[in-house]
Design a protein around this ligand. Sequence first.
Ligand code: CU
Length: 323
Amino acid sequence: MTEQQICCCAASREDIQPNADGKIVQAAASEEATAGNGEILERLIALPGGEFEMGTNSADGFPADGEGPVRKVTVSPFRISPYAVTNEQFRTFVQATGYVTEAERFGWSFVFHLLASEETQEKVKNVPQQVPWWLVVEGAYWAKPEGPDSNIENRLDHPVVHVSWRDAEAYCRWSGTRLPTEAEWEYAARGGLSRKTYPWGDLLKQDGKHMCNIWQGKFPVKNNASDGYVGTAPVNAYKANGYGLYNMSGNVWEWCADWFSPGYHKQTDSVNPRFAQPTGKRSMRGGSYLCHRSYCNRYRLAARSSNTPDSSTGNCGFRVVAD
Ligand SMILES: [Cu+2]
């Protein structure tokens, strides 16, 4: 696979609004830890932590992403949600706090072209040039994932999307949780297996069965959805990994706590690593329903991507952890 900087899965606000940062209204203070949602904490799975082999030396990925070299990393014990945060959970947070997401503040979010209605597509005035399959859809946000004529009523158990890194942080503060570091995320995603490509092993399918929600067909024009889904899948779809965690590969990208650096593996400690110097972009892990080997082979365990902390798309969500 050739070196490729663009992640087809990530469209960024800076591609559309170069001065986006200046326009951001600071996240409202109203969502500060007032609720302490015990219900969310109860559902977390305790992981023992310890040493594991992080990263990959494989050439399947993108050298510019900084996926390796493989190294021994130790993480402390922590707890993690078996699922990405759902639409229903995010709705509970919004109802309790009145929180307004960045997609709502900006007035738009990125929707994948095949998911938008014809009417919505006709109204689109702007697309990012490098990733033109992303539409700037006015009025798209977490509760209207494909724009004003859409809703989440039949997708309450799907992962919330169109949430920026800052939105995810706000949810974490409210629920008494936090975002995983990249190291915690990868340790959890590996599910106790060593040096595997995917959370279940090295082969994309197991016994002929799809194991995750990615793209089948010709990207970005035809998704034949042989894995069952064109867009998001319920957070508990497919088989859990060895730690009981669902959809660590595919479905939606998951925000991590670190700033993104291609030099991550050389620049961070081997014990509880965390890239803490601001780089302008936050790390994301896991890949999404848009990933395909021909274009964005980033549903592998060691794969990494990033986006600006104010960006939101229809294929990025998050999962929470706690100490
Ligand atoms: Cu991708």
